[in-house]
Each structure stands twice: as structure tokens, then as C-alpha cells.
Design a protein around this ligand. Sequence first.
Ligand code: CP3
Length: 354
Amino acid sequence: MTELKNDLFLRACLREDVERTPVWMMRQAGRYLAEYRATRARAGGFLNLCRSPELCSEVTLQPIDILDADAAILFSDILVVPEAMGMELTFGVGEGPKFPDPITCLADVEKLPIPDPMVELKYVMDAVSTIRRDLNGRVPLIGFAGSPWTLATYMVEGGGSKNFSKVKAMAFNEPATMHLLLEKLADSVAAYLNGQIASGAQAVQIFDTWGGILTTRDYNEFSLQYMKRIVEQLTRTSEGRRVPVILYTKGGMGWLEAIADTGCDVVGLDWSIDIDVAKARIGHKVALQGNMDPTMLYAKPERIRAEVKDILARFGHGNGHVFNLGHGITPDVPPQHAIEFFKAVREESVRYHG
Ligand code: CP3
């Protein structure tokens, strides 16, 4: 394997010394980039793009070229796992994801298989190895999956949701059905992430986008314990290096200690907490990833830089910080603002290291 030229991200995840704070951003390959929209048009839609390893690699590398990001993230979607479990998935133009035939009862859950990532998700494994080939050691590659709870919300609601009425009703009225679904998802996701690691992913992130809609008790019961079950099954060393695991729960800042106790290496922060507070709570245990408000990218570059400086100053001197947004970049951000954001992190963070 080619040697990594820039391993700042992997070192920061493990709280090792770095010369400056590494930076990448959730959804860095996405619609705010004209280059992404052009490749998606050539693919003939989002899901076709996800299924083409060569085009996945092309869009994964776009933000490495354009932003000089310190890590690449596999281009795919969390919902390819339920699709591989036999659920039809559609993405209409300008619409969110839809499962036309959602999960409604125990019999639906019993029918779901645990997919073999090397078979049903082979196109993702091929994307991972193609991206590694094309990156040629420039920066590490992050693999990812959705948390069991977040996947379950889409599978039971049939798509995005405002009130989460169906998935909550199932959790409260038919807990055994919900737990069987979450168990199957946890084992599917663990096998899928291990497949990504075997194919060349050098770190993995679990996205728990909807953990924050739960009460503390329900978060532990329906989301956190299943993420822990995944973490316990993951391959932690590959190619002679530790493979960092990042857990990100949007809306989960009240539960940082519990998240840090799962055995993950990095806790992803949303923008609702000051990073100094998060560091005081869990910084002795794990690295922190985050946490600029994604909407700060609508501001002028000077204001973005001031925010970057504030976050860096709050984290302070020392290791264990991966700069990121608190959630994904939105499609209507001017690309130049993203470029200025990355540049500000690279320049302003040097003084906090060494
Ligand atoms: O971060 C990256 O650059 C890697 C790619 C990535 C995508 N989806 C591509 C994508 C990642 C990591 C995801 C994860 C994902 N997908 C999550 C968890 C992260 C989060 O944002 O909270 C969720 C909940 C999904 C499900 C999903 N996919 C939704 C709800 C939507 C539609 C809403 C939206 O933001 O557009 C998608 C579509 C999607 N996934 C797009 C991209 C680039 C846009 C599709 C398009 O190009 O038209």
C-alpha cells in the first residue's frame, strides 16, 4: 500500500501530536459544488452515482482538490444498507429518500436478511478500493454508515419525517419488533463497516442523525446500545494502523459521557455545545470532531475566520481536535466560503500545536 502523505486526521483522531488541526466537512462532496452536480448529471441521478465506483471516486476527490481537505469521505449514502436488505429505495429529483414499502410489523422485520457486504454491497466495496487507488496516499479515507436507530426511522416512516410518529409508535407499542429491527441493523452495519475497512477505509464514522429526537432513557435503549454493539464488533487495526471510530449523534450533546464510554475514539459534536465545555467533559477520553454551525458558511469570509479562531481558542493548545462542521454543509453555500473556511483552519490552528 502507498504510504500516507498527510495523516494529520488519523493522528488527531488518536490524540497524537499534529502540526496543525486537520479539517474535513460532512457532505463535503455534494450539491454546493458545480463539479459534483456535473458528475451527478453524467451518472443520471444520485443512486446511479452511488453505484458507479469510478464516479464515486471522482466526486470523493473533488473536495480534496478544491478545499484541500485533510480527509476524504466515501461517497455513498446511509440508506444503501436497507436497500441491500431488500427494501426498494428511490430518490426523486429535488425530493428526499423514499421507501415506498416501509416496515410496519414484526413479519416485515423477520423477513429482512443480514446482507453480505461483499455481495449485495459489493459496489460500495469497489468504490472504497477505487477511491484508495485514486487518492494514492494523499489523505486518509473515511468510511461510514447510519446508526441502527437513524436507519430505522427511514425504514419505518418510509422517508424523512417531521414528527417520527410511526417509528416512535412502533418503539413504544411494539418494543420487541423495534429491538429485532435494531439488532438486525446493528449486525448488518457492523459487517458493512468491516467490509469497508477490509476494502481500504482507514477510519469509520457512524451517523446518528436522529438520536437526538429521543429522551435520555430511549436514547440508551434504542440508539446508543446498538451503536455500542457495532463498535464492539469492528476491526480496529488495518494495514498496521489503528482504525479510528467516530460516533456522531446530532442533538446528543447531553449524552457526551455515555457516547464517549462506548469505546469509540472520536465523538462528533453538533454546533449546540461550546467545544471547551465538551472538552472538559470528555476530552480526557476521546478526540472531538466539530463543531462550527454549518450556517456560518453563509457569512462573509472574515466572519467565518473569526468563528474558526473562536472555536480553536476554546479547544486551546493540544491534540485531539478534528475540525468539522456540526452537521453537513447545505447546498446553497458559495463554494468560495467553504474554501476560505478550510484555509482559515489551516492557518489559524498552527499556533495551538508544537
Ligand atoms: O459527507 C459526504 O460528502 C459523503 C456522502 C454522504 C451522503 N449522504 C451523500 C448524499 C453521507 C455521509 C451521507 C449520509 C446520510 N444520508 C445521512 C446522515 C448524515 C446527515 O446528513 O445527517 C442521512 C440522514 C442520509 C439520508 C439522506 N440522503 C437524505 C435525508 C438525503 C436527502 C436530503 C438531503 O440532504 O439532500 C440524502 C441525499 C444525499 N446523500 C445527497 C448527497 C450528496 C444529495 C442527493 C443529490 O445529490 O441530489
